[in-house]
Design a protein around this ligand. Structure first.
Ligand SMILES: [Zn+2]
Length: 146
């Protein structure tokens, strides 16, 4: 095993969750590698501290750093810029759409459209009224025997 592989297993080794074969390989590496042994000691110390249940008290400079960053986080935009960007974009698009539709209505209502094709009414051909029925135009099955 190399150092990277051993470092991946160190936490599991501390918790006792490794198989005996892998544990033996890790211990073989730890006998020859001082840096991995040092890392194991540090992690064992951290695990032992966590088991005690004690709490850590952060240094005062941590609170100072947090306080320095707070004004930037609390700054809230006001007015229209406080809207979510997508809502503002949707509203602007809606208003622009209404303006475009109204402009199209005004243009259509005021435009004097001239037809490009002229349609003229021409009455259908009407034969003069007659009592004569033209049987020759009807199919034979519709002919009536007189
Ligand atoms: Zn190592």
């Amino acid at each position: 095993m190399n150092c990277r592989e051993v470092n991946e297993y160190l936490d599991d080794l501390i918790l006792g969750e490794l198989s005996p074969e892998i544990e033996i390989k890790i211990h073989d590496h730890l006998e020859t590698c001082a840096s991995c042994g040092k890392e194991l000691s540090a992690r064992e110390a951290a695990a032992a501290f966590l088991r005690t249940g004690n709490t850590l008290t952060p240094e005062s400079r941590l609170y100072t750093r947090i306080a320095q960053q707070l004004p930037q986080a609390e700054r809230k935009p006001t007015g229209a810029s406080s809207w979510p960007r997508t809502l503002a974009f949707a509203t602007a698009t809606f208003v622009l759409g209404i303006i475009c539709m109204r402009a199209a209505d005004v243009f259509i209502m005021n435009a004097k459209l001239t037809p490009t094709a002229e349609a003229r009414y021409r009455p259908a051909f009407r034969a003069p009224f007659s009592d004569t029925v033209l049987f020759h135009a009807a199919p034979s099955k519709h002919l009536v025997k007189l």
